[in-house]
Write a protein that binds this ligand. Structure first.
Ligand code: ADP
Ligand code: MG
Length: 324
């Protein structure tokens, strides 16, 4: 097997500038392993949908090298092995759920005899069997997303690409969609999804990439991305002890109501013990000792915050001629 063969998606130097001025993507490097659920995170305007559309050949990149399922981007037969749920997808409101699935299956070249049983199975998978013969005009946003998800699976794809699959879906629907994604992974499919909702991804993704202003700021497993941030937080009453300033492994942050939080690296539990001993000797009240690891939200906020201003990056992509 070639090196490419081990990746479901392998992208290099993907660049896109809309109308010669909006730099939506500025050199994307991204690898998605086969059989994993991969989440692409980023604020609105980061370029998530643009990247998906380039993979699906809906939008032409200014520059892109890479493979999808081991074949160069744009390889037609390979696109037939991909299921795609576009953002803001529209399906005809006068068709029933079943008719929509049948229509898309016909487009995908699924033999007539297979369409009906497959549609029934997929409507069951997304919890829509009772709505199969009702018109889409009567569906809620969440139901349309469920049906959209079923539609992406009609060609029995190896790779499923979902652009904001839980957009506008209520919490129960979101949980159901997450369960479907896990089931797809169980069948050996690769799932790639975009979202601006963090908790969503935290719960299901094996690996994530954080896209900020058209570049991948971070990429890896949740564990890898948050490991560096592992620490102990020791809350004590009163002001920081003077000796903390002389200990390079310790940091002191002022807390609320005349408390102080001491922060120590988590990798070094042994080193924390003398600190606690000393606090006790000095009759400090220890309020709590907590092992802490960053959440995806902390990580995300750090990635989207401009270190110079301490504020979020301006929304939207960088313009040409900007400071970047
Ligand atoms: N068809 C288009 N023409 C011009 N600019 C576009 C077009 N589509 C997207 N953009 C711009 O490209 C940037 C990235 O958009 P998009 O990929 O939709 O981001 P996301 O999906 O992360 O919200 C934004 O600044 C957006 O305004
Ligand atoms: Mg989008």
């Amino acid at each position: 097997m070639t090196n490419n063969g081990s990746y479901a998606i392998d992208l290099h130097r993907v660049e896109k500038t809309y109308r010669g001025k909006v730099r939506a993507l500025r050199g994307i490097e991204m690898q998605v392993h086969r059989g994993e659920i991969f989440g692409l995170l980023g604020p609105n305007g980061a370029g998530k949908s643009t990247l998906v559309k380039i993979m699906m050949t809906v939008v032409r990149a200014n520059r892109a090298t890479g493979t999808i399922l081991g074949r160069p981007i744009g390889h037609k037969p390979t696109l037939g092995r991909v299921g795609y749920l576009p953002e803001h997808h529209r399906m005809p409101p006068y068709l029933t759920g079943h008719q929509v699935l049948d229509f898309y299956a016909a487009l995908a070249g699924v033999p007539r005899s297979e369409r009906r049983p497959r549609a029934r199975r997929l409507l069951g998978l997304v919890g829509m069997e009772e709505w199969a013969d009702k018109k889409l005009g009567s569906y809620s946003k969440g139901m349309l997303q469920r049906l959209g998800l079923a539609q992406t699976l009609m060609n029995d794809p190896d790779l499923v690409v979902l652009d904001e699959p839980t957009d506008g879906v209520d919490p129960v629907g979101r949980r159901d969609i997450r369960d479907v994604l896990l089931e797809l992974r169980g069948e050996g499919k690769t799932v790639f999804l975009n979202s601006h909702l963090l908790s969503e991804l935290e719960m299901v993704c094996d690996r994530v990439a954080i896209l900020v202003q058209g570049v991948v700021a971070q990429q890896g497993t949740m564990h890898e991305l948050t490991a560096e941030s592992e620490r102990y937080e020791v809350a004590i009453a009163g002001a920081p002890p003077a000796w903390v300033a002389g200990d390079e492994k310790l940091r002191a942050d002022a807390g609320p109501n005349d408390t102080t939080t001491l922060i120590a690296p988590r990798s070094d539990a042994e080193a924390l013990q003398p600190v606690l001993d000393r606090l006790r000797r000095e009759s400090r009240t220890i309020l709590s000792v907590k092992p802490v690891r960053e959440t995806l939200e902390d990580l995300f906020m750090r990635a989207v915050t401009d270190p110079e201003t301490g504020r979020p990056h301006a929304p939207g992509a960088a313009r040409n001629g900007g400071s970047s």
